[in-house]
Design a protein around this ligand. Structure first.
Ligand code: 5CA
Length: 166
């Protein structure tokens, strides 16, 4: 079987297959798991994965209030973004886009936003607290799908800048 077919199960929903393909294009081989229960929130994802909430990667889109551009913050499930501190880091005030705008920018629906493979790539920051773990879990393009990854590999592949975000 060709390598491409081994890495992607035929039963994966199309939005999850899109994440697998995007990861491969960045040099990452990921293995999404379709969970029987919702992984829509960090708490639900942690329960489904049997890991700490802090090991869940929230992929949060923010909009620059001045430039209108999107930013992607990869944040530990245990943390709330300090929006004022993040604004200093990113160089402009930040707003939260509505669900429709998030869908436009990423190509995915809230609850399943992956950390990579977005319709329009945005500058990426990664919560330094995630780097304390050997393995973290991120959404894989679907509200029931997650994948495990070494946070250092995630940072490298996405070009994320590690930072204190909370
Ligand atoms: N699958 C899980 C764990 S990986 C997940 O996607 N979690 S999340 O935190 O990255 O995505 C949910 C986030 O979407 C919430 O933290 C919240 O900030 C944001 N959100 C929820 N509803 C809306 C909405 N209507 N508009 C904009 N953002 C929203």
């Amino acid at each position: 079987m060709p390598e491409a077919d081994l890495a992607r199960e035929p039963s994966l929903p199309p939005s999850v297959a899109k994440v697998v393909d995007a990861a491969r294009a960045l040099g990452l081989s990921i293995a999404p798991r379709l969970m029987p229960a919702s992984t829509r929130t960090a708490q639900e994802a942690a329960a489904a994965c049997g890991c700490a909430v802090a090991q869940i990667v929230k992929s949060l889109v923010f909009t620059g209030a001045t430039s209108g551009r999107s930013y992607l913050l990869l944040v530990s499930g245990a943390n709330r973004v300090d929006v004022k501190a993040a604004a200093l880091l990113l160089g402009e005030p930040l707003e939260r886009p509505d669900a429709e705008r998030v869908r436009e920018a990423t190509g995915f629906a809230i609850g399943g936003i992956p950390p990579l493979g977005h319709a329009t790539p945005s500058p990426v920051w990664l919560d330094q607290d995630l780097l304390a773990f050997d393995l973290v879990w991120a959404a894989a393009g679907h509200p029931n799908a997650v994948f495990p990854i070494d946070p250092k590999l995630l940072a490298r592949a996405t070009g994320a800048t590690p930072a204190k975000l909370s």
